[in-house]
Ligand binder design. Structure first.
Ligand code: TYD
Length: 203
């Protein structure tokens, strides 16, 4: 079982990913909670390069390839071995973030992103993706209020983040069987309950 969380900045993905992890652990499952960019030592190093500094420090293609490089290591060394061992893997962001940010919003060819992705995973995709949907103004305000230096993306303008939001919704409608959209204005507890009810059906 491979589960991913997607959405804009400050939507509460990481909180919900952790809660779902704890829920499965309590039920006795072997669960790996991980994140992108990151998840392995090399991918965490790449994360630092990607998420710090000025918004314009690299062009979209360079950025896309760096996310995919991090993903290749993460997949080969962590996700795939865990799935093969029968574990549940929960990942905070995954390839759909590349399709949305680098592809739809920054214009990198989606076909190219998917060709590389399929080369990495041999076409394996998440079984379930939870999209926490929230108006960008709310998400960005929440995100910038955190004490954190990884703010390169938060610094982009609101129009960009609104585009991100719409692009995720578009993807979710493109893959209705894989996606569940959650209303990010609900309380943490309410969202958690909806996700747990849904996830239970898959295990
Ligand atoms: P992170 O701090 O994890 O953001 P959040 O807490 O909002 O999830 O930073 C991840 C950033 O990287 C986020 O702005 C989205 C971006 N990103 C991409 O642009 N492409 C990708 O493929 C991934 C995985 C993330």
């Amino acid at each position: 079982m491979f589960i991913t969380f997607e959405g804009g900045e400050g939507t509460g993905k990481s909180t919900q990913a952790k809660l779902l992890h704890d829920f499965f652990v309590e039920d006795g499952f072997d669960v790996v909670l991980t994140r992108e960019p990151g998840g392995t030592p090399l991918a965490e190093e790449i994360r630092k390069v990607l998420l710090t500094g000025e918004p314009g420090k690299m062009d979209a293609m360079t950025e896309a390839l760096m996310y995919l490089t991090a993903r290749a290591d993460h997949w080969a060394r962590k996700i795939k071995p865990a799935l093969d061992a029968g574990k549940i893997v929960i990942c905070d962001r995954f390839h759909d973030s590349s399709l949305v940010y680098q592809g739809i919003c920054k214009g990198v060819d989606i076909g190219l992103l998917n060709v590389i992705y399929n080369g990495i995973t041999h076409g394996q995709v998440p079984d379930r993706t939870y999209l926490i949907d929230l108006a960008s103004e709310i998400g960005i305000t929440r995100s910038l209020s955190r004490e954190n230096s990884e703010t390169r993306f938060e610094k982009m303008n609101l129009e960009f983040h609104e585009k991100v939001r719409n692009a995720f919704l578009e993807l979710a409608h493109q893959y209705p069987d894989r996606y569940l959209i959650l209303d990010g204005t609900l309380s943490v507890r309410e969202i958690q309950k909806k996700i747990e009810e849904d996830a239970r059906k898959f295990v």
